[in-house]
Every structure is written in C-alpha cells, then in structure tokens.
Design a protein around this ligand. Structure first.
Ligand code: PGA
Length: 261
C-alpha cells in the first residue's frame, strides 16, 4: 500500500543569503537534485529572496515556504509581511521556529493566530515545537509539547490539521551539532502524533506529517527519517551547502521508497 504521508525535506535558510546569492544557490541545488515524485522538497528563503526565487523556481523539484508571516492581512503593522501577501508565492509557512519563540518572544497566542492566518490564506503551516535543554532536564518535554500543540492549533479543524506539518525541533539540538538519540526522537514524535489524535482525531493523526529538525546532516538524516513517526526533516545549517542538502534529499528518496513498500 502506498504511504500516505509524502516524505518532506525542508531547507530553512534563516537570515542567510542575499537576493542574488539565494537565486544562485537555488540554481546550484536544482542541478544537484533530481525530480522525485515521492519526496517533497521545500525551500524557505528570506522574505526578500522569496519573490524572485518564485519566478525562476523549477516547480517539479521545489516548493516554497516563508520563514514567518504576520496574522493580520493588511494594515498599520510597519515592517510586517502578512500571510495574505504570501498567498500567491508560498505553499508553506514555517511558524513558531525556536528563533521566533525564543529570540523574538512569540507567544503561543500569537502563533495560534499565525497558524489560523496561514490556513485562511491557503498556506500550510509547518509548525515548529520543541523543548529547551532546561525543560528536557526537568522532565517537562511532554508538558511543553502538549502546551505548544494544544495552544497553537486552537480552532483548527480536523481536516485542516490533517494537512499540517509539525516539526519536532528540540531547541538544544538546533545549530549545536547535538541530537537526541533515535529512541528519544521517536518517543517525542510518537507523543506529538498522540497529541494530534487526542486534540484533532484519528484522521488528523494519520495524515499530519511530523518532521525532525535540529542538526540534521547527511550522516544522521537516515537515522531520523527511518523512525516510524518521522515523515521528513527540517534542515538549517546543512541546507546552506548544496552537496549536503542534495545528499539529505537523496536519503529521503531512499526512505520514501522503503516506506512505500
Ligand atoms: P540546524 O537548524 O539544522 O542548523 O540545527 C534547524 C532549524 O533551525 O530548523
């Protein structure tokens, strides 16, 4: 039987690459990445680079995501870019990345509004959740994941939830080279799927995709993508190296073939 959750490999370029550099990098990736029906490859450039990249993008290979998006559609919100403005340009929007939660103090209240705004504008949220090191050491991981998932997906229907993507990103693993053990990662992702089931029902839990993120590299990508509840990876640092990212994409293709059997 065909696996219903297409494997996703997403590149979060964060605040890197100027407009010209981002376009050149995208073309370099394009040369290294093959068209794979059963792998969805998502690029998240900065806001400025999104538009020019969207014009030249090979849509057989890539889809675009924004790294954020404001919850009101238009108005006096100087400096913001709304989901309404992103509607024609991106398929996905990363919401609640740990940079946003911890460096910009975005609350679950704000993130719930962003999730709703994305859906209202036909953009699929890639909602990031995950505990800090302090929270993990205090045995609060489940509590944190429950709080983030229940607050941030407030007022989302089961149908909407079933197309959403949740990225499990332990904050202590982001950009640090440290990673959870496969058992720890699987345990957290299984807990996330159980939360989705409790909050939004069986169907949502069956179809929503869960990604792992945090120091994903070519040599550990397989370990995470093989896990039962893992449907792909969200990659930061290694997504800025075209060889590394292409290698992770290739691993995803092998995993997709394996899971489809
Ligand atoms: P990293 O970043 O791969 O550099 O750890 C992951 C992320 O922030 O999404």
């Amino acid at each position: 039987m065909r696996h219903n959750r297409t494997v996703m490999v997403a590149a979060n370029w964060k605040m890197n690459l100027k407009v010209g550099e981002a376009s050149r990098f995208m073309h370099r990736l394009e040369e290294k990445i093959a068209i794979r029906q059963n792998v969805e490859c998502v690029l998240a450039p900065n806001f400025l680079a999104l538009q020019p990249i969207s014009v030249n993008l090979d849509r057989r290979k890539f889809r675009l995501a924004s790294q954020d998006g404001f919850y009101n559609d238009f108005g006096a919100y100087t400096g913001e870019v709304s989901m309404a403005m992103l509607h024609d340009i991106v398929h996905y929007s990363i919401i609640g990345h740990s940079d946003r939660r911890h460096k910009f103090n975005e609350s679950d209240d704000v993130l719930a509004k962003k999730v709703q705004a994305a859906i209202r504008n036909d953009i699929i949220p890639i909602l990031c959740v995950g505990e800090t090191l302090q929270e993990r050491l205090a045995n609060e991981t489940h509590h944190v994941l429950h709080r983030q998932l229940s607050s941030d997906t407030l007022n989302i229907t089961s149908r909407e939830m079933s197309v959403m993507v949740i990225a499990y990103e332990p904050v202590w693993a982001i950009g640090t080279g440290k990673t959870p053990t496969p058992e720890e990662a699987q345990e957290a992702m299984a807990f996330i799927r159980k939360q989705i089931k409790d909050l939004h029902g069986d169907r949502a839990a069956k179809y929503a995709r869960i990604l792992y993120g945090g120091s994903v590299k070519p040599d550990n990508a397989r370990t995470f993508m093989e896990l039962k509840d893992c449907d792909g990876v969200l990659v930061g640092g290694a997504s800025l190296d075209s060889d590394q990212f292409a290698s992770i994409h290739n691993t995803a293709y092998k995993i997709a073939q394996m899971k489809d059997l």
